[in-house]
Design a protein around this ligand. Structure first.
Ligand code: SF4
Length: 352
């Protein structure tokens, strides 16, 4: 492995020719690989690897979190979600806080664990669903085949349309390392719509060699002025993606405006449960509960710069709270909570 890494970094250096190149990856697992193997330190000075909005927990806006808190404060339901999401704070509360106050909050590893809970109880079970195209197919299957007392609060987001907002954003990005997991579902073809922007894209796996090979191919494409999509992750990603997963997703979900932390409202990225399955949609079934919902600002997060971290405008160490007031044990923003959050990853590997 060391030999491959050395060879690839030498090749990147040879072809980068001193010009400033800014690449962005879009996946928490890629950030983990980059930080774990300290790949940024192996890059020539002129090649920058930025971290983008690839952490599904981090991009969920406080509005969704507050709505779920609002629901469990008023209804005696079982609230099931993934562990990271249960730790995200708003003001001084989180779903774990509610559990410590006697609310029935369960951590699950898959949506099917939540379905199983519903099968064993008479209470209403609400699954707080987050994630991109990678997790949405299994949620769609659960919505189609689950007991009457099972509902989903959908805070999922379509990732692919969000790339357009990033491309048109404040930063000039010369190339994207595309997320391996999302790409297994959407396929290479999903990225073709972005070729018109003249920016090369490389779908990469999660070994350090994968990330370096994708980086090399991007630098090569930039040099040659050829915007193309390079599929480095051929062992998992096909041109058409996972067609069955795409089918079940589109049967159950439809696109709507979606709010992203740091990026604001992005058209076509919100994920609504279709009307045919409205009896599974927690926002519709419990709409009376949300009638008096008014979102608030979290004053504690006033100095949290997660939004800028997610856009690649700053690194965690540019946030003055990083590893001072905000630590993995006492996180202030979701980027320090989630194992896919850039702040948490930098803290874990001592980056910066
Ligand atoms: Fe937010 Fe903490 Fe990251 Fe700062 S270090 S951006 S407060 S999560």
């Amino acid at each position: 492995m060391a030999e491959d890494i050395g060879r690839l970094t030498r090749k990147i250096e040879e072809i980068s020719e001193g010009r400033e190149i800014t690449l962005m990856h879009l996946c928490g697992t890629h950030e983990d690989t980059i930080s774990k193997y300290n790949l940024r330190s192996l890059m020539p000075e002129n090649v920058k690897l930025l971290s983008g909005p690839g952490c599904p927990v981090c991009i969920i806006p406080d509005t969704d979190l507050q709505k779920v808190f609002h629901l469990i404060e008023r209804k005696d339901v079982v609230l099931a979600t993934f562990g990271d999401m249960a730790r995200v704070p708003f003001e001084d509360r989180s779903l774990f806080y509610y559990r410590s106050r006697g609310k029935d909050v369960r951590v699950v590893y898959s949506v099917f664990d939540a379905v199983e809970i519903a099968e064993k109880t008479d209470k209403d079970v609400v699954f707080f669903g987050i994630g991109f195209e990678t997790t949405m197919p299994s949620i769609a299957v659960a919505i189609k085949d689950s007991p009457e007392n099972f509902y989903v609060y959908s805070a999922h987001r379509y990732f692919i349309p969000a790339m357009e907002a990033i491309i048109k954003g404040e930063l000039r990005i010369d190339g994207f390392i595309c997320p391996g997991h999302v790409s297994t579902i959407v396929g290479v073809k999903a990225y073709e719509r972005f070729l018109k922007y003249g920016i090369p894209m490389a779908i990469a796996g999660f070994e350090p060699q994968d990330v370096l090979l994708a980086t090399y191919m991007l630098v090569k494409a930039i040099n040659e002025g050829k915007p193309w999509i390079y599929n480095e992750y051929t062992r998992a990603v096909r041109y058409e993606g996972n067609v069955n997963a795409q089918r079940v997703m589109s049967e159950v979900f439809e696109a709507d405006d979606g709010e992203w932390r740091g990026l604001g409202i992005i058209p076509e990225t919100g994920v609504r449960i279709r009307k045919e399955f409205e009896d599974k949609d927690a926002e519709r079934v419990f709409e009376d509960v949300f009638e008096d919902f008014v979102p608030k600002e979290d004053k504690r997060k006033k100095h949290c710069r997660c939004g800028e971290v997610l856009k690649g405008l700053i690194t965690p160490k540019d946030c003055r709270l990083f590893m001072t007031a905000c630590t993995p044990r006492n996180p202030i923003g979701p980027c320090m909570v989630s194992f896919e959050g850039t702040c948490a990853i930098w803290a874990k590997y001592g980056v910066g």
